[in-house]
Unconditional design. Structure first.
Lengths: 321, 91
């Protein structure tokens, strides 16, 4: 294999592994796509690179010019991906980060030189988004790529993740992924439906609205602008909540078959298992599920080693999606 | 037979702090209307004036979002669990 020019060339082209041993239904096969294999450790490397390269194409960022500053709200993985891309390309990154993310996420941001601006943990990602928007408005000289509203986010998945799934598993009948900014589902889900309109797209989400206790009223709610702009509600076939206990139980089950993946991957797997359980008697399914990241960043939560009840309680107060 | 409805923190001020309430109904629409009848302060929070679901409110039956089932016509049977959550940002 020829050597790569840049670490950024290793983004994408992630492997898929069959995990049907964990399927509750012999007629439903399950394949997990391991996005933790990206160099920054998550699916968000794809988004980070796409956001920055689109801004370069649009002339908003200029490679090589000194003193360019980016600001972005993130619960972690997008920030880590952006920190990596910015370090390699020479931009300065400020991330607005809720205080209640795992300690490893903070350290990864710092090691690639990102500056952390803290937002209240009780307001979750909503609070980070609000603070970043205010700071960006006050500092028009900073570049605000805003992953929640930037079409380069789903485009990265329409052009990368989706075609990779279709290449490696054209038998796919169901696509399951975490909701987050909705970029993965909108991009890869749309690509798969464009190839085969019968593919069903399932979104999995944590009960984030239960954990975020800083909301004053429902008008403080948030729907990513890309979700509304790209008709997310007509693209998705199902949306299901997976609670922390089930997420951690499935994270552990995945470890039993050798996969050391993050807690949101356990949640996504729980969604895939639910999907497998609904395949009718006379039907067959091939489910592709996204593992957004590996387990490394969650070791401090004790997810694999501590008492389940203790870990579930801890998980209710940290952002793991 | 009543169905248990789990409420998010921000609606619990209406129920004296209770996180779960029991409500009668055969569909999600029945359940939400009955909730509003019992706790009028929830009216403007859950439903729009035309009776449709507020855009920042997600309602789930056994953890499935009703927007991807039959919305307010989604049937509810005894033993099901309904939960209401505000839409918040992820990622």
């Amino acid at each position: 294999m020829a050597p790569y020019d840049s670490i950024l060339d290793l983004i994408g082209n992630t492997p898929m592994v069959e995990v049907s041993r964990l399927s509750p239904n012999p007629r439903a096969r399950i394949f997990m796509k391991l996005e933790g294999r990206n160099p920054g450790g998550s699916v968000k490397d794809r988004v980070a690179l796409a956001l920055v390269e689109q801004a370069e194409k649009d002339g908003i960022l200029e490679p090589g010019r000194e003193g360019q500053v980016l600001i972005e709200p993130t619960s972690g993985n997008t920030g880590i991906g952006l920190a990596l891309v910015c370090r390699v390309k020479g931009y300065h990154l400020k991330v607005v980060l809720p205080t209640n993310v795992s300690v490893e996420r903070r350290q990864l941001l710092e090691l690639w030189g990102a500056e952390i601006i803290e937002s209240p943990g009780s307001e979750g990602s909503n609070g980070a988004v609000r603070m970043a928007r205010q700071l960006a408005a006050a500092h028009p000289e900073w570049v605000f790529l805003y992953q929640y509203a930037n079409l380069a986010n789903p485009a990265a998945h329409y052009e990368g993740t989706g075609p990779e799934i279709w290449r490696d598993c054209p038998e796919v009948t169901h696509f399951v992924a975490g909701l987050g900014t909705s970029g993965t589902l909108l991009g890869a889900g749309r690509y798969l439906k464009d190839q085969n309109p019968d593919v069903k797209v399932w979104a999995v989400e944590p009960p984030a609205g239960e954990m975020v206790d800083g909301l004053r009223n429902l008008d403080d709610g948030y729907i990513p602008p890309i979700f509304e702009e790209l008709g997310g509600s007509s693209l998705l076939d199902r949306k299901t909540v997976v609670r922390p206990r089930e997420s951690i139980e499935w994270t552990r089950r995945l470890a039993e078959v050798g996969l050391f993946v993050g807690i949101s991957s356990g949640a996504a797997m729980a969604g895939a298992v639910k999907c497998a359980g609904e395949v009718p008697e006379d039907g067959q399914a091939v489910i592709v599920v996204i593992s957004a990241d590996d387990g490394w960043k969650y070791l401090s939560t004790g997810a694999w080693t501590d008492d389940l009840d203790t870990v579930v309680e801890r998980a209710a107060s940290i952002i793991y999606f | 037979m009543p169905v248990d409805v789990r409420l998010p923190t921000l609606l619990r001020s209406q129920t004296g702090g209770r996180s779960t309430v029991s409500v009668e109904g055969k569909t999600i629409g029945d359940i939400l209307n009955e909730l509003v009848a019992q706790y009028p302060g929830m009216g403007g929070q859950l439903l729009n004036e035309d009776g449709t679901l507020h855009r920042f409110v997600n309602v789930y039956v056994n953890d499935d979002d009703v927007r991807y089932l039959d919305l307010l016509d989604t049937p509810v049977k005894p033993g099901d669990e309904v939960s209401i959550l505000p839409a918040v940002a992820g990622g």
